[in-house]
Design a binder for this molecule. Sequence first.
Ligand code: ZN
Length: 431
Amino acid sequence: MDAIRGMMAFIDAAPTAFHAVEQVAKRLEDAGYERLEERAAWRIAPGGRYFVTRNRSSLIAFRVPECGFKPFQIVASHGDSPCFKLKPNADRAAQGLALLNVEKYGGMLMSTWLDRPLSVAGRLVVEGPRGLETRLVDVDRDVAIIPNVPIHFNRAANDGVAWNAQVDMLPVIGEEGADILAIVAECAGVEKEKIAGGDLFLYNRDRASLVGANSEFVSAPRLDDLACAYASLEALLAARPSKHIDMLCLFDNEEVGSGSKQGAGSTLLAEVMRRVALALGAAPQALEAAVAGSFLVSADNAHAVHPNHPDKYDEQNRVHMNGGVVVKSNANQKYTSDGLSAAVFEGVCRRAGVPTQRFSNRSDVVGGSTLGSILSGHASMNAVDIGLAQLAMHSARETMGARDEAYMIDALRAFYECEIEVEGDGTVTME
Ligand code: ZN
């Protein structure tokens, strides 16, 4: 119960990727992790624990073993979720009401954002005494709503509707004259005139809750992928020290292709690995040798079989909520798992007493992709794609198994504690 309650509180406090990173950073600092700055030289010692953030929306944490520079065992997840982002010049007026001009961030189920209380959060850039400053902001009250057109004027509304984000998805924030920057400025404790810029997003105000006859499910916004992000944090903090470098990655911008300076497609992971090697005085070629012996777990949620539409899922590879950790495979390498990496990870789970299940898409369905294959282009190592089975992926409110979060924490903790050695001929030892 601790696992799921902890995850629910984490999600409630993380309306944006910025806030997710802030929470993880705070937990790490409380646990004795030292914050490193990308712009400074790093001093790293054997036995030390560190983390670094980029853009305040991506984070990498790592723990060095007493024996110094060694291969990495990495868990990567993402902190962003599909939502709507405020455009520049966001305020607009229509029919005596104040609206916001927003655009899609990622591929959400648009209809799920209609007729529910929303709020605004993100990062502000403000003029301070020393220059521009950034600060996080969360309006943290019901401030916006995107109203449907009544059925009387849209008789086809139950027969499938094509939503147009430019027309249908603009939220109302009050009567004419309401001003989002004034609202945000008040929340942030700054004068509106001092706001020089920002990255502000709409978010669903729903709190996470347990659902079902026996509270066997959890329903919450942003389960994809904060469920995995929270599990990786708990696993890292709980794992006993190992003989490799334990690493946690939390990336922004997965939902829009990972192509930003802080996304999984950026230089962030490769640069952190290189700097760790340099700062620990690793010998020439030690980094390349270590990466070749490293192992990446890409943790991003998976599609639980929908009870009303089981035909949309491959018959032999359907996964179920509360069925344990999902190992995902795809011949076209949308997922990084291969025969070897999947078997290794399932072995880790078996030792930890965690059930696993296999997911593969129908051959005539093009599924989504995730972090693993993008990271593989920048830091290539043995990798597996996993996740937790959830319904309604990319809805404003998603559903997963309440028992699965503890399974994921146990599995990732066992992964961090296990010494995985993959040799060039494909021989694997696990201690
Ligand atoms: Zn995801």
